[in-house]
Design a protein around this ligand. Structure first.
Ligand code: PMP
Length: 429
C-alpha cells in the first residue's frame, strides 16, 4: 500500500544517512510527528498512548516548559561563563531538593557526561581506580562510562578496573535478606579490586536498577551496601538518570526511598523534559579536590535555556502534584497487572515503584523460565493497538513501564485491558 511504501522510503532514507549506527524501535518503525501529554501521533495521525518515554516526564510538549524554553531562547543563550540569574536560580532550586551535605553542582548536557564526571571525581577523591556495578547496568556512552556499562558491551571481557555484582533481585533468587546479600557481593568485588592493586573508588548504581530489570523493593535495601562502601573508603554514586525527578512516586530522588545519602548523584533524561540537561550533585569537598586538579569546563552544560527548562520542570512537578500522581497511578497499574496475572501464568512478577514498573514475562510462573519471545510479541502487538512500551533486563523479558508522570487512571485502564487481551491472543489456554 501507499502507507507501506512511505514507511519503506522513510526507513531507507534513515539508513542512507545513519547506516548501521541507526537505532529504530519495532519490527515496523514509527514515523513520529508530534506529541502532547501522554499521547504521541504518527505521520498518519494515529495516536499512541506513551508508556515508554521517561524523558518528557512531566508530559510531552508541556506548555510551561515549552514557553520557558521559547522565552529564554529569545533572551539569552550562550556558553556558561557569565553570571546569569536563571542559571543561579536553577542551581539553588535543584540543590535545595538534596540532603544538606550535597551542596554543590556541575551541570552537563547528558547523563553520560554526568556519570563520566562522577567517575573522575571519585578517582581523584579516593586515589582508587576501581568501580563496582551491577551485571546488566547501563550508565552511558562515553568511553569511560561504557567501561562500567556491561549491557553496552555484550560478550566483551570486563575492563580490569571494573567488577560486576548480580542485580539485587528477589524474583529469581528469593533467598535471605536482600540488603545483606547485595552488600556481601559488593564486599567481595571490593576485596578483589583491592587485591589486584587497582584500589576501590566507588559503587555506581542506578537506584531503580532499570536496565537490570527494575528492582525497587524492599525500600532500604541499599542501606547496608552504602554503609559498607564507606567502611571500605569508597564513594557511593547514585545514578538518578532513570528514577530521578519524582518517577518512583516516593520522593524526587530514587535514593531517598532507601534512606541513604549518596556521595555523588548524577542526573539527566527528565531534567529538562527533553531539552538536553544533566548534572552531578556532590559535596563541596569532593568537587573542590577535583576542580583543583583539572580544568573541567562544559560549553553547553546548564546554559540559560537548559536552566529555564529545568526550572519549569521543577515547577510543574510541584504544582501538578506529579510525585503523588506517580505513587497513586503507579500503585493502580501494579494492582491491575497483578489482577490480570491471575488469568495469565506468563505474568511472573509485577514490581517497581511509582510509575517505574517492571512486568516480568515467563513461560511458566513456577519454573520462572524467561519468555523474551512473549515480551517481544506483546510489545509489537501493543504498538499496533496504539500503546508504546519497551523491555529491560538480562533476558529482555521484562516490560519496562515508564509513562509520563501525568498518566491517568483511564490511561492505566486502557493499558491493562490491552495487556489482558493481547496475552489472551498470544497465549491461548
Ligand atoms: N544512566 C542511566 C541509568 C541511563 O539509563 C542512561 C541512558 N539510558 C544514562 C545514564 C545515560 O544518559 P544519556 O543517554 O543522556 O547520556
Amino acid at each position: 500500500s501507499a502507507m507501506d511504501a512511505a514507511l519503506r522510503d522513510a526507513v531507507e532514507r534513515r539508513l542512507r544517512s545513519f547506516g548501521s549506527a541507526s537505532v529504530l524501535f519495532y519490527q515496523e518503525p514509527i514515523r513520529m510527528e508530534r506529541a502532547e501529554g501522554v499521547w504521541m501521533f504518527d505521520a498518519e495521525g494515529r495516536r499512541y498512548l506513551d508508556l515508554y518515554n521517561n524523558v518528557p516526564s512531566v508530559g510531552h510538549s508541556h506548555p510551561r516548559v515549552v514557553e520557558a524554553i521559547r522565552r529564554q531562547a529569545g533572551r539569552l543563550n550562550t556558553h556558561t561563563r557569565y553570571l546569569n540569574d536563571v542559571v543561579d536560580s536553577y542551581a539553588e532550586r535543584l540543590l535545595a531538593t538534596f540532603p544538606a551535605d550535597i551542596d554543590h553542582l556541575v551541570l552537563t548536557c547528558t547523563g553520560s557526561e554526568a556519570n563520566d564526571l562522577a567517575l573522575r571525581i571519585a578517582k581523584v577523591a579516593t586515589g582508587g581506580a576501581g568501580f563496582v556495578v551491577t551485571e546488566t547496568a547501563y550508565h552511558g556512552n562515553t568511553a569511560a562510562v561504557t567501561d562500567v556499562s556491561p549491557s553496552a558491551r555484550p560478550g566483551q571481557p570486563l575492563p580490569p578496573h571494573v567488577r560486576i555484582v548480580p542485580a539485587p533481585e528477589m524474583f529469581r533468587a528469593p533467598i535471605g535478606d536482600l540488603g545483606k546479600r547485595f552488600a556481601e557481593s559488593v564486599g567481595g568485588a571490593i576485596t578483589d579490586l583491592e587485591q589486584s592493586g587497582i584500589g576501590f573508588a566507588g559503587l555506581l548504581v542506578d537506584t531503580i536498577f532499570s536496565s537490570d530489570g527494575i528492582y525497587a523493593d524492599p525500600p532500604g535495601f541499599l542501606a547496608p551496601v552504602v554503609k559498607l562502601v564507606h567502611e571500605r573508603q569508597g564513594l557511593f554514586i547514585a545514578d538518578e538518570v532513570q528514577p530521578g525527578f519524582g518517577r518512583t512516586g516516593a520522593a524526587l530522588w530514587g535514593f531517598a526511598r532507601h534512606g541513604v545519602v549518596p556521595d555523588i548523584v548524577t542526573m539527566g533524561k527528565p531534567m529538562g523534559n527533553g531539552f538536553p540537561v544533566g548534572g552531578v550533585a556532590t559535596r563541596a569537598a569532593l568537587l573542590d579536590r577535583f576542580a583543583a586538579e583539572t580544568k573541567y569546563f562544559n560549553t553547553f552544560g546548564g546554559n540559560p535555556v537548559a536552566a529555564a527548562a529545568g526550572l519549569a520542570v521543577l515547577d510543574v512537578i510541584g504544582d501538578e502534584g506529579l510525585i503523588e500522581n506517580a505513587r497513586k497511578i503507579g500503585g493502580y497499574v501494579m494492582n491491575g497487572l497483578r489482577e490480570i496475572g491471575n488469568r495469565h501464568i506468563q505474568i511472573g512478577d509485577v514490581r517497581g515503584s511509582g510509575l517505574f514498573i517492571g512486568l516480568e514475562l515467563v513461560r511458566d510462573r513456577d519454573a520462572k523460565t524467561p519468555a523474551p519471545e512473549i515480551a517481544s510479541q506483546l510489545i509489537n502487538r501493543l504498538r499496533h493497538r496504539g500503546i508504546l512500551v519497551g523491555a529491560a533486563g538480562p533476558y529482555g523479558n521484562t516490560l519496562k513501564i515508564r509513562p509520563p508522570l501525568c498518566f491517568t487512571k483511564d490511561n492505566a485502564d486502557m493499558f491493562i485491558a490491552a495487556c489482558d487481551e493481547v496475552l489472551r491472543e498470544i497465549c491461548p489456554t
